[in-house]
Design a protein around this ligand. Sequence first.
Ligand code: PLP
Length: 385
Amino acid sequence: MKTSSRLRAGDEYLFDWIDKLRADAGSGELAPIPLGVGDCDLPTPPVIVTAMQRAVEQPELHRYPPYEGTARMRTAAVDFFRRRFGLRPDPDREVLVTLGSKEAMAHLALAFVDPGDVVIVPDPGYPVYATWARFCGAEVYRMPLRRENGFLPDLDAIPADIARRAKLLWVCYPNNPTAALADTEFYDRLACFALQHDILVASDAAYSEIYFDAPPPSFLQSPGAMECGIEFHSLSKAYNMPGWRVGYAVGNEQAIAALRAVKTHTDSGTFAAVQHAAVAALTDTTDYPARLRAVYHERMTVLCDGLEAAGLEVLRPRATFYCLVRNPAGLAGSAFSERLLTEARVLSIPATGFGPGGEGYTRLTVCAGLDQIHEAVRRVSTITW
Ligand SMILES: Cc1ncc(COP(=O)(O)O)c(C=O)c1O
């Protein structure tokens, strides 16, 4: 049997590798504390589960859903956009319901990228952007996210030839893995850059609701962004729904139509009952994401205080459930992560797993209960680096 050249040997998906590492590290009392993968430990809120239970009993929701998503789901997404960002995308032409955001981000590459094109991705960055660019035969240009620049890319440093040949440029704020935020001034410059070079900006906003001070803006709020942008939103992080696979894309009409076209050839949409539950989430008036933010903030404070007290340099995040820790004692690549696992039995992810630009840093999450975080800090404190 011969697999495609696309699936290069050793090209394992980062989180698949982490899951295996976790399984190999032992279970029961020996199980390491999971501060590696960003998979929330908390359950989906009851209001959403109840909506799902009711929805699943309605036979009309058992059929294939509309390719673009149910009208109710698209309207709920538009209402969220109006409340949160002051924007009113057209629910019929500028919104598309997706299976979480990962599949849609992959399919965007199929919709826009031809062999020989350039795709610009952040480094470090969520692996899907670069992998699918490569799957489509594109040249990947990694734009460095540097700490001294607030982990924002320097658009002026993108070579003219790259900008000319680029079809797609990815950004992700609040950012995984750096936890950095983008401001409107950066997004305004990005929209100008994209319009000038006829590049589609793909903005990954999976963490838009996980923040600790002011709500982060949407790229689509910038002048001209609806002409050159598409943004991916997901219910996975804001409502603890990673297993439900529901999200939506908002943006330029042509980009939405192209993505929809690829998806009609690929999947048949998110189960309508799940969309029903997602509407319950987006229209819930009790502001669940605010309560979730408070939980993450408390956990993050315990983690960061504890790691700092242990003598480590922590980049305190203003958003997401991740924090970067500077590798101590000049440890490179995954060496710090490996020592955290073997000596403290704490799982983490070397930031180099997100690209070479992550060198020198390790990512930890707070997707574990306070008891576990306290215990992780205690164990890490016993190690001499
Ligand atoms: C930056 C980023 N974007 C997108 C996703 C995909 O999330 P989902 O497909 O569940 O919406 C993740 C998941 O961890 C992520 O970290």
